[in-house]
Design a protein around this ligand. Structure first.
Ligand code: SF4
Length: 487
């Protein structure tokens, strides 16, 4: 049975709302190292007992991180290394979902295995595991699972976690989904620290093939825009950035929609909203999720907006995204300002900083070249589609964006960007307020200039540029090049 490495399994879990320990995936040696302490985990499909084989190690200093990354990246069949935050864990659990072929007591379906002890050595404790059999068609509720759990702290929060695991298992038709350990953190929340999945090749749907890396065909029929997205992913591999143009001819008289769907939840809601309608045509499939940077969101949005037939853009996730929604809104705002062919947009934000995201779009919408409507996560896409007709356009706006000249302050390699400082907008040479808002401390004010902090990393969130334009004088702009021409 093919197995997915942890970094891929994390995307499946994230798409179903399972909370994960923060981690960054590196497939090459990065220029800027993550902050210690981290656990470095080699990503080798099918590898088990990684800790015993030295494929997982704790790194407490930059030197240990650097050496560990180099060594693990050189391991045979290693697809990359996950650097996961070393969290303060109060308790560990084990859980797995498996296919159950049934017996005289249970119909075929799934089985959830749970142990109130996680970590290594679970194989030797299999007899003590709690088993909850479930129907694949009618999976158990949080309440059902909570009632079965032994006496553990925060049992119903844990049941919610397990229910989302079951939803991932069923949603992707997996044969095995294991989380070991699930960590209970100091605040009472649970996160998946390590995970893996097994699947049956034939059960992978075409639209999810990119997640499982199952070749769809021996012929590479990628469109120029799809190739552009491949190049964007190669330069900025963290998180999912997926785009596939429809191969169908656009039916006459339909509203043609360019979609930016965030995660499996976003896709599912969009399909539910439009599945029975022949007056709406999705020009593309898409998925931006798994903790991608705002820089990557911007670049994928530019590709999505460049589809010549599109009349409107729709952006939605599940309503509880992992990606910070203010970072996403900053990417949307930038794409609408800079795209030569911006699209009228219906935008649904749901997740961390959703109110800040809504406020940003509402503040800037008057000065945008196209109409924009924002929606809270309580409004589902089946209500959003009722606004398509009023906002869609037959006459695409064309605009020319010329980046303002300034001083190149510095460049960042991953995620790639050029930071440009405009000293004439800061005649007194004071430290601009947005410098302190950089969430990683990467930006510093030294000798009257913006400089990068060599001990921190830029996560490509766009907060600095957004605040510079919104609350400052536009002292900083970020140039995000695209691989090749976009319409
Ligand atoms: S410099 Fe800081 S605020 Fe600006 S994009 Fe990078 S991480 Fe975000």
């Amino acid at each position: 049975m093919p197995a997915l490495p942890e970094y891929k399994t994390r995307i499946l879990l994230e798409n179903h709302g399972v909370p994960l320990i923060p981690a960054v995936f590196y497939d090459v040696m990065p220029d800027i190292l993550p902050e210690p302490a981290v656990f470095l985990k080699a990503q080798i499909p099918g590898a088990t007992s990684r800790a015993g084989r030295g494929l997982v190690r704790r790194a407490s200093t930059k030197e240990e991180i650097s050496n560990g990354l180099k060594e693990l990246l050189a391991e045979k069949n290693c697809q990359g290394v996950l650097a996961a935050e070393a969290a303060d864990i109060k308790k560990e659990y084990y859980a797995a979902c498996l296919l159950d072929f049934g017996n005289e007591e249970n119909l075929p379906g799934g089985v959830l295995l749970f142990s109130p002890e996680g970590g290594t050595g679970i194989e030797g404790r299999t007899g003590s595991l709690l088993k909850i059999h479930f129907s694949l068609l009618n999976p158990p509720s949080v309440q059902d699972i909570g009632n079965e759990l032994p006496d553990v702290p925060h049992a119903y929060e844990l049941a919610d976690f397990l229910q989302k695991m079951i939803s991932t298992f069923i949603g992707y038709k997996l044969t095995v989904l294991e989380t070991n350990p699930i960590a209970l953190l100091a605040g009472g929340s649970h996160v998946a620290v390590d995970c893996r999945a097994e699947f049956e090749k034939h059960a992978v749907s075409k639209k999810n093939a990119y997640l499982f890396k199952v070749p769809e065909s021996s012929v590479n029929d990628s469109t120029p825009l799809e190739k552009m997205v491949e190049a964007i992913n190669a330069a900025d591999p963290a998180g999912t950035g997926f785009f596939r143009a429809s191969r169908e001819k656009t039916p006459e008289g339909t509203i043609t929609v360019a979609t930016n769907l965030c995660g499996g939840g976003g896709k599912m809601l969009w399909e539910m909203a439009t599945g029975g309608r022949d007056d709406i045509f999705s020009l593309n499939e898409s998925d931006t999720s798994g903790g991608l940077s705002g820089f990557k969101s911007y670049r994928i949005l530019r590709v999505i907006m460049s589809q010549p037939e599109a009349q409107v853009l729709i952006l939605t996730g599940s309503g509880m995204a992992f990606q910070n929604q203010f970072h996403l809104a900053s990417a949307v705002w930038k794409a609408l300002r800079e795209s030569p062919t911006p699209l009228p947009s219906l935008l649904r934000f749901g997740g961390t900083d959703q109110d800040k995201a809504m406020n940003l779009m509402n503040t800037v919408s008057e000065n945008l070249p196209v109409k924009v409507k924002t929606f809270r996560p309580e409004i589902f896409p089946n209500a959003m589609v009722e606004h398509l007709e009023e906002i869609a356009t037959d006459h695409r706006i064309k605009q020319e964006f010329i980046p303002e000249a300034g001083e190149l302050a510095f460049e960042v390699k991953t995620p790639p960007a050029r930071f440009v400082y405009h000293p004439e907008k800061n005649p007194e040479g004071k430290e601009p307020a947005f410098i302190k808002e950089c969430p990683t401390g990467f930006l510093q004010w030294k000798k009257d200039r913006i400089t990068p902090n060599p001990d921190a990393k830029c996560i490509g969130c766009l907060v600095c540029e957004t605040l510079s334009l919104l609350e400052g004088n536009g002292e900083l702009t970020i140039e995000l090049g695209l691989p090749g021409e976009v319409l």
